[in-house]
Design a protein around this ligand. Structure first.
Ligand SMILES: Cc1cc2nc3c(=O)[nH]c(=O)nc-3n(C[C@H](O)[C@H](O)[C@H](O)COP(=O)(O)OP(=O)(O)OC[C@H]3O[C@@H](n4cnc5c(N)ncnc54)[C@H](O)[C@@H]3O)c2cc1C
Length: 163
């Protein structure tokens, strides 16, 4: 691929090793401290389903800005005061993490054959109406809960746990 795009992208040395970056799939234990607020990837605020973190970074950044500026205004930047930031993002995202982590746990155990079966199931067994009804780009909980409630999908997703 690099050989194909090298000229167009101005890559002089196409033998360079790729730059790698970890997806932080799990939040850190505490996202505030004295004079400290941790947002986005640094806080592990990334969707466990997709690894996407742009939305959560913007959301946590906005909350941090709101609570941080309030702290600055009242000169209260101690950890106890800034804890409001963590309450605020947990209010908005904790339910999402509680749903997305279990889905990731079951999906990462699926074999190629399981994935093919899941697509067959989606084509034939009424999963698409559930998807259309519940899917939201940045919030996956409703879809995950609906899938876990759908008996054939649940059976397939949890099959490896029954072995
Ligand atoms: C290959 C790839 C594809 C992705 N695709 C998607 C996608 O399609 N959708 C999606 O939602 N998410 C995607 N993500 C994840 C998304 O990019 C991150 O979750 C998001 O950018 C996190 O934003 P952030 O502001 O927390 O961190 P970053 O965007 O990493 O910003 C941190 C910034 O801090 C700077 N910095 C670091 N150390 C210092 C320092 N000591 N001093 C000053 N500055 C410093 C860095 O240079 C960087 O600019 C992808 C990630 C990768 C790696």
């Amino acid at each position: 691929m690099l050989a194909q795009v090298a000229e167009r992208w101005g890559i002089v040395d196409d033998t360079l090793p790729p730059r790698q970056k970890l997806l932080p799939l799990g939040t850190i234990a505490r996202t505030y401290g004295d004079r400290l607020l941790v947002v986005g990837d640094a806080a592990g605020l990334v969707k466990p389903t997709t690894g996407g973190g742009i939305y959560y970074s913007i959301l946590s950044g906005a909350l941090a800005a709101e609570i941080g500026s309030d702290g600055l205004k009242h000169d209260r930047l101690d950890g106890a005061s800034l804890a409001a930031y963590e309450h605020a993002w947990r209010d908005q995202l904790a339910d999402e993490f509680d749903a997305q982590h279990p889905l990731r746990a079951v999906v990462s155990r699926l074999t190629d054959e399981d994935i093919d079966e899941l697509f067959d199931l989606a084509r034939t067994d009424g999963i698409m109406p559930i998807v259309r009804k519940t899917v939201r780009f940045n919030r996956h909980r409703d879809l995950i809960q609906a899938l876990f409630r759908h008996a054939p999908a649940r059976k397939l997703l949890f099959r490896s746990f029954a072995l």
